[in-house]
Write a protein that binds this ligand. Structure first.
Ligand code: NAD
Length: 313
């Protein structure tokens, strides 16, 4: 995994710099290049990170221009405006889609064989735009999707049941945003459906109908942004997890944002869906057995994104 791995991060803000930090600690790359329209910001972050080099695996970390990103294995796009308190992710379209137009041609020119990992919001829409602008095969253009939201859901269920979050098996699917859905019908612990587990082992409630965790997952970014202005640590770890799956050719199932081609009855839109992630990017999408109401909600989420996309097409 460590033989000459180069990762470039476009956008050295909260998310970009936290991701560089997490990747550095994980020892996933031998070279990290940070690019930002604000050169001082990129240089300051790169210097701060580089000064910790003696504590991690050997790594070159620097700020640069697009030419310095040449031959990157993975390019992570975190540039653009972030949500302000009360703003939805879809409210950012107008500000962020034009930014992709200035970034993608440069990235493609210098790293034509890279995998592009889009994180900027609204992530599903921007991943679609990056896919179109790059001309890359769909496998090599991935959004961070609902990997973070799935982690939030598992964490909250783990807290509720007082069980290790890694023993909770579930997904948040759809838009990384207000129309995302919790896949309750396939949520399991110890080989049991969550509702059965709840009734048998939980003395706090009588089944999942009493849980409001899905709403808490949806509102958590709004709450964090209201309290501290931005979210970045958990997304940095989510990005690191996706990078690890790619570099390790893991064939891990992650809810990255992938281009649907008829799965779940949905076509030509990027959505967070369970996808097999390996060294070539997204190998394939897995169609999990959703309940009819979950499937309808997933289709609604896709429709909402298509409407937003057509407003800028
Ligand atoms: P930030 O404002 O701290 O950083 C954004 C950076 O992008 C700034 O440093 C800015 O100078 C830079 N930038 C702007 N235009 C650029 C351009 N044309 N080229 C290069 N750099 C440019 O914001 P943040 O908190 O780091 O968030 C970044 C993005 O990530 C936002 O869109 C935010 O909504 C998104 N985000 C996504 C997730 C997710 O789960 N997908 C989670 C958190 C944040």
């Amino acid at each position: 995994m460590r033989s000459k791995t180069k990762i470039s991060i476009i956008g050295a803000g909260f998310v970009g710099s936290s991701s560089a930090f997490a990747l550095m600690i994980g020892g996933y790359a031998t070279e990290i290049v940070v690019v930002d329209i604000n050169k001082d910001k990129a240089e300051g972050e790169a210097m701060d990170l580089a000064h910790g080099a003696s504590f991690v695996k050997p790594l070159e970390i620097k700020a640069g221009d697009y030419k310095d990103t040449v031959n990157s294995d993975i390019v992570i796009i975190t540039a653009g405006a972030a949500q302000k308190p009360g703003e939805s992710r879809l409210d950012l379209i107008g500000k962020n889609y034009k930014i992709m137009g200035s970034i993608v041609p440069e990235v493609v020119k210098y790293s034509p064989n890279s995998i592009l990992l889009v994180v900027s919001n609204p992530v599903d829409i921007l991943t679609y735009i990056v896919y179109k602008l790059s001309g890359f095969p769909k496998e090599r253009v991935i959004g961070s999707g609902t990997v973070l939201d799935t982690s939030r859901f598992k964490y909250m269920l783990g807290e509720h049941f007082n069980i290790d979050t890694r023993n909770i098996h579930t997904y948040i699917m759809g838009e990384h945003g207000d129309s995302e859905i919790a896949t309750w019908s396939i949520t399991s612990l110890a080989g049991m459906n969550v509702d059965d587990y709840c009734k048998l082992y939980c003395n706090k409630c009588n089944g999942i109908e009493e849980l409001h965790i899905e709403d808490d997952v949806k509102s958590s970014a709004y709450e964090i942004i209201k309290k501290k202005g931005a979210t970045y640590y958990a997304i940095a770890l989510a990005i690191t997890r996706i990078v690890e799956a790619i570099l390790g050719d893991e064939h891990s199932i992650l809810t990255v944002s992938s281009l649907l081609g008829g799965e779940y009855g949905i076509k030509d839109i990027y959505l967070g869906v369970p996808s097999v992630v390996c060294s070539s990017g997204v190998k394939n999408i897995i169609e999990v057995p959703l309940s009819p109401s979950e499937l309808a909600a997933l289709n609604l989420s896709a429709t909402k994104l298509k409407e937003s996309l057509s407003s800028i097409k």
